[in-house]
Structures are given as C-alpha cells and as structure tokens.
Design a protein around this ligand. Structure first.
Ligand SMILES: [Zn+2]
Length: 95
C-alpha cells in the first residue's frame, strides 16, 4: 500500500472479500489488521489536511474551528454511559 494515502473503495472491497474467505489464517488476519491501522493513520492525516485547508479558506482562528468541532461532537449521540465533558451534550440521560 502506498504510504500516507487513504485506501480506495476498491481496496476496501478487496479487504472485505478477503475477510469473507472461510480459509483466513492468522498471518493474513495480521496483515489485514496492519493495513487497516495504516489506513486509519492516513485517514487522520487527510482529515487534518482538509480541516486546516477549511480553516484557512474561512479565515478562522484555531479557537473558532475548535468551537465548530466541539459543538458537532457535543450534539451527536455518545456511547453509553455518556462521559462527554461538555454542558452542550445533547444526551438526555446523564448516567
Ligand atoms: Zn452525551
């Protein structure tokens, strides 16, 4: 896999097909896991790049783009029990 480049849909379909095989062995599973971990890192790098591009294009400060992200994170559903440390959390049950 090329370094620091998120996988294409074709590559992801290929991994799904490999995972669906009844003859998967541990070595193959390790290789697939390593590929997915590397892709995870590449996805984060790509997201960072686009976030910074958006910030610069909109003329936002780091605090302003941080506030956009904080509001988005606060208003989505959180895993139970919710431990989101923000008064804007939209979860109904605080337990
Ligand atoms: Zn919550």
């Amino acid at each position: 896999m090329a370094a620091a480049s998120p996988m294409t849909n074709e590559q992801i379909d290929e991994i799904r097909a490999r995972l669906a095989s009844p003859n998967l062995n541990v070595t193959e599973l390790r290789e697939i896991a390593q590929t997915l971990l590397a892709d995870n890192g590449a996805q984060y790098m790509e997201a960072d790049y686009w976030r910074e591009s958006y910030r610069l294009a909109k003329g936002l400060s780091y605090d302003e783009i941080g506030a956009i992200i904080a509001v988005r994170d606060a208003s989505k559903a959180h895993p139970r029990p919710c431990r989101f440390p923000h008064e804007a959390c939209a979860c109904e049950d605080p337990s």
